[in-house]
Write a protein that binds this ligand. Structure first.
Ligand SMILES: [Zn+2]
Length: 440
């Protein structure tokens, strides 16, 4: 079967397949290590049923992911081999995206979400009311993502066709000749001067500007967007117990206490957590659950940790890292548009949807290489924020231990798994980090 026009082993279709195999290899082996690591804990004694249940849930979840990786690999290779057929069948940017997203959702998302949210929760949290609501939520997340992708496509597509980024056939002649030269002699001849480029030339620059503007705007407006939810956030100054202590702390650091909130949001239910958002105006949110599980000094320690992120300007650095990733994405788009879609058997067109799909698929393996580096930087931020809180004299180690205990997590992921996927260090690593910071 002649699937791709050229059988060059370094052409984009083959790169996509190697990339899918790389992602599979990394994800599958790390999750296999994680399953075996977690299984060792089942021999331990558990003082609480909750801890044992959580452990078994996580083992089952990792096993489910192993199956998902196999299905995803097969699905991706199948899609990569039939891109030109899908494009020929759909013949339109929006329909192409719709078909791809729906098939991906049906094969690689819905069955696993169903097992995770309905079967697992029925097994581990019988009678749990929110099983169905979580499932519905995942469906709406898909619809939301789909609408988001369509809006992005509409935006990029319109831009490409109304500006000079869309070249007319005459302008495309040179590029077409170049494409022809790249073809092997035994392949069929592509008629020159028929190219109807929809995204050539500087399209990648436009993508970079749009993507990085999105990152900046999302970071700048995050605090305002979060607090849109009515009555979900109450300023901590109104809290008689915690307000005064937190005020001492924020005064020391010069953070406005009026920007510290208690979150009663649905999104934060059951999550004992605190987080700092925003790069211009910054706000700290403390979840209601956190307030319930820690005492006041521990609460101050957690807020001290968030203030550490504030003082170290971690969110700004993080934003630049995201912009760096957007640059990598845009360079992949540049690479794909330069190489053209000839190798897929789509020689005369450069459809925005296909270019974006191929580019984002090529970016996945690159991202899987970059992920541990990005995470190691984030983990550094966490160590430094813990250190900041500890040096202010707050019991951050105790607070973290209490947080993990409150959710029944008496076990840890395999270090290699955690170092690759997690942007937070393991509890034991953080406790060690705090000790060595205080010893300095
Ligand atoms: Zn943190």
């Amino acid at each position: 079967m002649k699937v791709f026009r050229r059988h060059k082993l370094l052409s984009i279709p083959y790169l996509l397949i190697y990339g899918a195999c790389l992602c599979f290899f990394v994800d599958f082996s790390l999750n296999l290590i994680e399953v075996n690591h977690l299984k060792d804990y089942t021999k331990n004694d558990f003082s609480e049923v909750r801890g044992y249940t959580l452990l078994n849930y996580m083992i089952d979840y990792s096993r489910l992911k192993l199956v998902k990786f196999v299905i995803t690999l097969m699905f991706s290779i199948m899609i990569y081999m039939s891109i030109s057929k899908i494009w020929k069948f759909t013949k339109g940017n929006y329909f192409f995206t719709f078909v791809l997203l729906v098939t991906e959702f049906l094969f690689t998302t819905i069955p696993f979400q169903y097992i995770q949210y309905s079967v697992f929760l029925a097994k581990y949290k019988p009678g749990s009311e929110y099983t169905r609501s979580v499932f519905t939520q995942s469906f709406f997340t898909f619809v939301g993502e789909y609408i988001g992708e369509c809006v992005l496509l509409l935006f990029l597509g319109c831009f490409a066709s109304i500006t000079h980024l869309q070249k007319n056939p005459d302008e495309n002649q040179g590029q077409n000749e170049e494409r022809l030269e790249n073809l092997n002699n035994d392949d069929e001849v592509i008629p020159a001067n028929t190219s109807r480029g929809l995204c050539d030339g500087m399209f990648w620059v436009f993508c970079f500007i749009s993507l990085s503007s999105y990152v900046v705007l999302a970071n700048v407006f995050a605090p305002s967007l979060l607090t849109l939810e009515q009555n979900a956030y109450i300023p901590i100054v109104n809290d008689n117990i915690s307000g005064p202590s937190i005020r001492n702390l924020t005064n020391k650091v010069g953070f406005p206490i009026s920007n510290v909130y208690i979150s009663y949001s649905q999104r934060d239910t059951d999550s004992p957590n605190a987080y700092l958002v925003g790069v211009a105006e910054k706000k700290i949110f403390i979840t209601e659950t956190l307030m319930k599980v820690v005492d006041t000094p521990q609460l101050c320690a957690v807020v001290g940790h968030e203030l550490g992120h504030y003082v170290h300007k971690d969110l700004i650095t993080g934003m630049f890292v995201s912009i760096g990733l957007m640059l990598v994405t845009s360079l992949v788009i540049r690479y794909v548009t330069k190489k053209s879609l000839v190798d897929f058997g789509i020689p005369n067109e450069m459809p925005v949807a296909v270019i974006l799909f191929v580019s984002s698929s090529l970016f996945k393996p690159l991202y899987s290489i970059l992920l541990p580096f990005v995470n190691s930087l984030q983990r550094r931020f966490e160590y430094n924020a813990d250190c900041f809180s500890a040096k202010l004299g707050y019991p951050i180690g105790e607070a973290l231990t209490q947080l993990f205990k409150s959710v029944g997590q008496t076990f840890e992921s395999a270090p290699v798994y955690s170092h690759y996927y997690d942007n937070h260090p393991l509890l034991s690593e953080r406790i060690e980090g705090i000790k060595s910071c205080l010893a300095k």
